[in-house]
Design a protein around this ligand. Structure first.
Ligand SMILES: C[S@@+](CC[C@H](N)C(=O)[O-])C[C@H]1O[C@@H](n2cnc3c(N)ncnc32)[C@H](O)[C@@H]1O
Length: 378
């Protein structure tokens, strides 16, 4: 249901992007596929908004909703057989507060807010909603919510969250207590465009993820080898791509490379979506500058030209590192150099390529079609 009581700032602040029925249905069909008798379980959404996930006709032992936004709960009151709590679900997290017994079997569903808390506080919007128990505190509200489900000892968790929580190693590490107790058993990757209409934003992958309590948990290798499916019918695994971080440094290296030994400078690199917005080769030296030695120059040209091909990369790779097929790249590295030297004249003295721009462009295009295969966006 369309959110109708919050203004723009409040909506961003609370992460109130309500979930459409089609996505709610995907959550319940995933649960049905894996759980035989849902009647034995309590259903809980601790950030329920208007209650999209609580309207289900499926029978549960109890249905419980909570939200910090009292006006949203006014709307949810109309759903039958749901017990509601107005609370900050990240403070004093325990089953008792929301009328769930320690013996109850529990399924958590929902679409918790995903917000970088630090950037929002800086924007000077209400801070009080960001009170979070110390053991759940992270830089992202959504990660804190996942940790809270672990604290509630849910048997199953089926929620929407940014795929970056799993695939970015730093995020995965923040999920430590969660990862020790849960295993991803089913999932579907969708685009953030499902929530925002404007095509001006950069879309990122969201995963509808079903986790099951598992004493062995999951490690990062499990995620690297996991085969993700997308709503568009594509499948991918992180381990099927080699990444640029194996060949160059993505971060400032001024501690161990001297400026006088460098032939060019580059801007700090993060993921593919960040590269879309950021610069590549730069002239100035700042704290974010990487000094490039001549032997590494072709790899930085690679990233520079990769940036020009980003429109051919699907949204679901948005939070990945720049991918590379090193062997095939080395065969045509002079093509990347030619194309970068056309974009940045000051690279010319360091580049010994005999390729014309036209030849290089064709070979590079074929390289990317081959690298991405079924994922190349035409
Ligand atoms: C993405 S919306 C999801 C709402 C609903 N589950 C749905 O999918 O339509 C996120 C919800 O989280 C609520 N929320 C944000 N911070 C919260 C907190 N600390 N505790 C409880 N609810 C919170 C917001 O008010 C909002 O209703």
């Amino acid at each position: 249901m369309e959110q109708k009581h919050l203004n723009y700032k409040e909506r961003i602040n609370l992460g109130s992007y309500y979930t459409k029925q089609e996505l709610v249905d995907i959550v319940f069909s995933m649960l049905k596929k894996h759980i035989y008798d849902m009647k034995q379980f309590c259903l809980l959404d601790t950030s329920c908004g208007y209650g999209s996930f609580l309207k289900t006709n499926i029978c549960f032992k109890k249905k419980i909703g909570a939200d910090i936004d009292i006006k949203a709960l006014d709307e949810t009151k109309n759903i039958k057989n749901v017990k509601l709590f107005c609370q900050n679900s990240l403070v004093d997290v325990n089953r008792k507060n929301i009328d769930i017994l320690s013996t109850d079997k529990l399924i958590v569903v929902g679409n918790p807010p995903y917000n970088d808390t630090t950037s929002i506080i800086r924007k000077n919007i209400k801070k009080d909603i960001f009170q979070i128990d110390n053991d759940l505190k992270t830089r992202d509200l959504g990660i804190s919510f996942l940790l809270s489900y672990n604290k509630l000892k849910a048997d199953y968790i089926c929620v929407l969250h940014p795929l970056s929580y799993l695939i970015k190693k730093a995020n995965f590490t923040l999920l430590k207590n969660f990862n020790q107790n849960y295993k991803l058993i089913d999932s579907l990757v969708i685009s953030s465009s499902e929530f925002v209409e404007t095509s001006k934003t950069t879309f990122f992958p969201i995963v509808i993820a079903l986790y099951k309590k598992d004493s062995l948990g999951m490690d990062y290798n499990f995620i690297k080898n996991y085969i993700f499916k997308t709503k568009e019918g594509k499948i991918f695994s992180l381990s099927s791509f080699d990444t640029i971080s194996n060949y160059l440094t993505k971060y400032p290296n001024q501690n161990y490379v001297k400026e006088k030994n460098s032939v060019a400078k580059f801007w700090t690199m993060r993921d593919i979506n960040a590269l879309k917005r950021s610069r590549t080769f730069v002239n100035e030296t700042t704290a974010g500058t990487i000094f490039i030695t001549s032997n590494k120059l072709p790899y930085y040209c690679y990233v520079d030209i990769f940036k020009t091909f980003i429109s051919h990369i699907p949204y679901y790779f948005g939070n990945c590192d720049v991918m590379i097929n090193n062997k095939k790249f080395l065969n045509i590295k002079d093509c990347f150099e030619t194309l970068s030297a056309k974009r940045f004249y000051n690279l010319k003295p360091y580049i010994k390529s005999s390729k014309t721009v036209k030849e290089a462009q064709k070979l590079v295009e074929n390289y990317f079609k081959d690298l991405l295969g079924q994922h190349y966006v035409y």
